[in-house]
Ligand binder design. Structure first.
Ligand code: PEP
Ligand code: MN
Length: 339
């Protein structure tokens, strides 16, 4: 249920509503709006009608049901777009299209530093790199784990770029959170509910990737797991879904951007690398993402793609990334946004 407060309601009245929501066994989530405050009361759907009694409290304008199954993620509760501050002056969901770039996996100090310098020079504002790699084969490179996180932190110190890196196991959430500015949940873990809850409690920005066969509603329900634990800092990422097509690694669902934008206030970004699986197709999908209204991109870049331990074929060389960024900057301007 959404409890809409009157425009001239007082802080004390809001506090009393919050207290009563808790007393009734629901979790209050206050959303401060420009003209009025609303409180989302979430919890067991079966007994929600008891919340209707709150409409007689002082300062309450109305009590209305949230129609969508995802409550806190929905535009019904928060009509305005959310802007996520990831530190070091970077905000996602605002006027600028944020470009995150870096290798699929952190392989060495030299590799991550060289990539970080190059992507920064080209205009990226977040550095990506996997230290825990959820690979299809148990025999493939699994990542440098904490050593890799230390290398990422070093690259951040040198370049000032905040870092996004994947966490696979809920047990590692706190440790990864000590290094990362944004914690990535990979496509394979989109419905790993213990992991989502752990990240909800951690309270750091989360980049949640859509699973390869996750509907948009299921995707938003996964976001809801994080939000319902009290963490509002969720960034959604469309990275291609599995279809009959084999010319590309996945099929980029570009329409997911405007659909998500209708349904949720959370920022939406696109991963053109995992979506296509081919470096040569990445620029076209970046243009498409910006045209569709995405808030950002996450792009794989490797100084020597032919030597990459993972995803070399879809990784851009720094020079190609730089050329693409110059063109994207012009293009973003046409759409009324900066890069
Ligand atoms: C990645 O970002 O390197 C990755 C493994 O992506 P996804 O989870 O989308 O496959
Ligand atoms: Mn990858």
């Amino acid at each position: 249920m959404i409890i809409v407060m009157k425009q001239n309601s007082t802080k004390e009245e809001l506090k009393e509503v919050v207290r009563r929501i808790g007393e009734l066994g629901y979790h209050p989530h206050i959303i401060h709006g420009e003209t009025r405050n609303v409180i989302g009361a979430v919890g067991d759907e079966r007994g929600k009608s008891v919340l209707q009694s709150l409409d007689s409290l002082p300062g309450v304008e109305s009590v209305v049901p949230i129609l969508k199954p995802y409550k806190l993620a929905s535009r019904e509760v928060s009509p305005l777009p959310s802007i996520i501050d990831v530190g070091r002056g970077v905000q996602i969901g605002g006027d600028k299209v944020v470009v995150m770039a870096g290798p699929c996996a952190v392989e060495s100090c030299e590799q991550i530093l060289a990539t970080a310098r190059a992507v920064k020079e080209a205009g990226a504002t977040v550095l990506r790199g996997g230290a825990f790699k959820p690979r299809t084969s148990p025999y493939s490179f699994q990542g440098l784990e904490e050593e890799g996180l230390k290398m990422l932190a070093e690259a951040r110190e040198e370049t000032g770029l905040p870092i996004v890196t994947e966490v696979v196991n809920p047990k590692d959430a706190e440790m990864v959170g000590c290094y990362a500015d944004i914690l990535q949940v990979g496509a394979r873990n989109v419905q790993n509910f213990p992991l989502l809850k752990a990240l909800g409690r951690l309270g750091k920005p989360v980049l949640l990737k859509r699973g390869m066969s996750t509907t948009i509603q299921e995707f938003l329900m996964s976001a809801e797991y994080i939000l319902s634990e009290g963490n509002r800092q969720v960034i959604l990422c469309e990275r291609g879904v599995r279809t009959f097509e084999t010319a590309t690694r996945n099929t980029l669902d570009i329409s997911a951007v405007p659909v998500l934008k209708e349904q949720t206030h959370l920022p939406v970004i696109i991963d053109p690398s995992h979506a296509t699986g081919h470096a040569r197709l990445v620029p076209a999908m970046c243009f498409a993402a910006i045209a569709a209204g995405a808030d950002g991109l996450i792009v794989e870049v490797h100084p020597e793609p032919e030597k990459a331990t993972s995803d070399g074929a879809q990784s851009l060389r720094p020079e190609a990334f730089s050329v693409m960024m110059t063109k994207l900057r012009e293009f973003a301007k046409v759409t009324g946004r900066g890069l």
